[in-house]
Design a protein around this ligand. Structure first.
Ligand code: R5P
Length: 285
């Protein structure tokens, strides 16, 4: 049986459909003071799959996930597979400055403590997050799905990673599409300011596609798109796995002349056109 958390209702329904499994109705609401209420409206089976992304509002979605897991356990579920398509708090895997909380580690510990027996996630920002768990963790890659989509809409793409960290993603797609790929150099100056440089880029007259795992404030993509235009790209398309999209991120990106933004539905957004449901369903089979 599949339980969908309130952050991933449509995706949970798609996964249930792919697997031809029962989608359990769940009542989730808030009391007038903001506290959360959860109730499963079906009998709980021994094997359960929970689908819940933990993006914004992270704390609320996590608390709901903890309630779901503990409640499942106390109602007799024995095997609880948790699918967290976008893993919130997954970016602080180290104590960079003394006294900092290692939020990724604490989050992992709580997910395990509340009852998860196996975790599935899509393109973790930091692979180290998987090591914080003592239960099996399966990290899935959405790059083949993105490759498929890019291949359908563009016939001559050149893939560009906006920083070195995204290069492996661009390479994974370029291997599938058999097209060139390159990367830029990025330095983050503050949470919402980045500086981007290039050594050499051959995109003149080509359909450039920027590939990243996350679009948050959009600063990374705005810089990359402007540089690609300066280097004579015929068009610039953007693709990412997790459309976090803080405030007017999309507007800022489109204002640079970007043709389209193609993202997956690990997080719901107006550009979440690529569904990861088949990827998750395959992994659960
Ligand atoms: C950074 O390492 C990530 O891969 C993304 O490039 C980053 O999270 C994007 O953030 P923003 O949209 O705020 O520039």
């Amino acid at each position: 049986m599949i339980i969908g958390g309130s952050a991933s209702q449509k995706l949970a329904a798609k996964v249930a459909k792919e697997l031809d499994d029962y989608l359990c109705p769940v009542e989730t609401r808030k009391f007038p003071d903001g506290e959360r209420y959860i109730r499963f409206k079906g009998d709980i089976e021994k094997e359960v799959v929970v689908v819940q992304s933990t993006g914004y509002p992270q704390d609320e979605n996590l608390m709901e996930l903890f309630f779901i897991l503990k409640n499942l356990k106390s109602l007799g579920a024995e095997e609880i597979k948790v699918v967290i398509p976008y893993f919130g708090y997954g970016r602080q895997e180290l104590r960079f400055k003394s006294g900092e909380a290692i939020s990724a580690s604490i989050t992992a510990e709580l997910i395990e403590f509340t009852g998860a027996t196996e975790v599935f996630s899509v393109n973790l920002h930091e692979n180290k997050v998987a090591d914080f768990f003592n239960i099996p963790v399966k990290e899935l890659s959405a790059m083949p799905l993105i490759a498929d989509h890019v291949g359908q809409v563009l016939d001559d793409p050149v893939l560009i990673a906006p920083d070195k960290g995204a290069l492996s993603h661009a390479q994974e797609i370029s291997n599938i599409l058999d097209c060139p790929c390159d990367h830029m150099e990025k330095t983050r100056l503050s949470p919402d300011t980045v500086e981007t440089r290039v050594k050499s880029l051959d995109v003149e007259g080509h359909q450039a596609v920027i590939i990243d795992d996350i679009i948050s404030t959009g600063g990374t993509i705005v810089n990359a798109s402007n540089i690609l235009k300066e280097h004579g790209a015929q068009s610039v398309t953007v693709s990412c796995v997790h459309p976090v999209l803080v405030e007017d991120a999309l507007l800022k990106i489109f204002a640079t002349g970007v043709e389209d933004v193609l993202a997956t539905d690990t997080l719901s957004s107006e550009v979440s056109a690529i569904t990861v449901a088949p990827l998750i369903a395959d992994a659960l089979k």
